[in-house]
Design a protein around this ligand. Sequence first.
Ligand SMILES: Cc1cc2nc3c(=O)[nH]c(=O)nc-3n(C[C@H](O)[C@H](O)[C@H](O)COP(=O)(O)O)c2cc1C
Length: 452
Amino acid sequence: MPKQIRLNAFDMNCIGHQSPGLWTHPRDRAATYNTLEYWLNLAKTLERGLIDALFLADVLGIYDVYKGGPQTALEHAVQVPVNDPLMVIPAMATVTEHLGFGVTCALSYEHPYPFARRMSTLDHLTKGRIGWNIVTGYLESAARGMGMAGQAAHDDRYAIAEDYMQATYKLWEASWEDDAVLRDKAGRRFADSGKIHRIEHDGPHFKVDAIHLCEPSPQRTPVLYQAGASTRGRQFAADHAECVFINGPSQKVVKDIATDIRARAVKTGRDANDLSIFTLMTVIAAPTREEAQAKYADYLNYISEDAALALMSGWTGVDFAALPPDEPIRFTERNAMTSALESFTTADPNRSWTPREIARHAAIGGRGPVAIGSYADIADIFQDWMENAAVDGFNLAYAVTPETFEDIVDGVIPELQRRGVYKTAYAPGTLREKLTGRPRLPASHPAARVRR
Ligand SMILES: Cc1cc2nc3c(=O)[nH]c(=O)nc-3n(C[C@H](O)[C@H](O)[C@H](O)COP(=O)(O)O)c2cc1C
């Protein structure tokens, strides 16, 4: 059987996610992000297409690097306003049975003890369909909002993350034994307290002396997603991630990162196949190539290059308004997303980027490539990337929501199914079982090492 393509849908509880300005398109519904109707409709659409998971991004700050302030972001709704991503998940879980939910939570701003409870609660309520996108944040404005002088330095954030992971693994994996819960009404005994353990974590950044507040949830540790691609970020992904998101403008950039992460994972004793690697892609599809091109041309009328630069400035930490618009940008050390800047500077020596080119590139779908064409063209593009960029699937951003997702679900996916490269039914079980066939993290994973 040919390798099956995995698909995540990429959204955020906000108006302007990755296609700045396109919320103004007459058919776009992103501005209804603050209604349950938007989320329930989206979840049902995605499940109809057997999409593996809805991946929800999140930030806790404002994009205020561009032009030295938040005005552009606020006026164009560039990832602000942004509502809490966790709150919409239980509602979506009630109208779906299989769709996974990969939710972004920054570990820099919440102690592991209440966070572990929140994830376990969602894992219970979704019957084991929760994933956690482990992020440390990249916006100084988020740190200031939390009362800090600024973010920790880039590599230190990963050191803090390492400690955080150990604390949460202990809460999820080592506090309650599998058979601790009895639910014995006749015997009037809910749990065997001898099988419930206080965990003591005494790390460099976090201390936890507690019993996990939740009984074991279907997956215990949520499916672990990660998206760092700097050298330190890749090592973190290799150590912990089950699903890795990569974001690059070309197959070469993506393949180099994917190959390196897999090699690093093998060095830690993990199997390279224990990681599923997704690359960002935005699809503009229609029954014919001409219709797709016309749709793209129509969308271009609604983009905002100014807003795109506000987004890119937040990601890279570089104020693009302060640079000459037509001169190639160079890599400089910043305390934001190292890999975002690398992918437009050092990652591909054959390609340089000016701020003007970056603005145009990022205006639809952010940093990832945009695939435009008939349903068959898009299927060809997916297959080409699977082969030449060493990925397992795609993290699909939208240009216009939910239109982009509907085009994929009703047009592209039937074509992929005809070619035998996409499932025709969900696998049974939890999100982890669907993705890996295993209910729990394997012995080679660091979460397994803390188990009793
Ligand atoms: C597809 C993708 C989605 C991401 N989503 C978020 C997000 O929602 N919130 C966040 O704080 N960081 C997000 N990030 C940023 C990464 O988690 C990470 O912080 C970033 O890539 C910087 O890490 P690096 O310097 O190691 O590359 C995302 C990155 C990628 C590639």
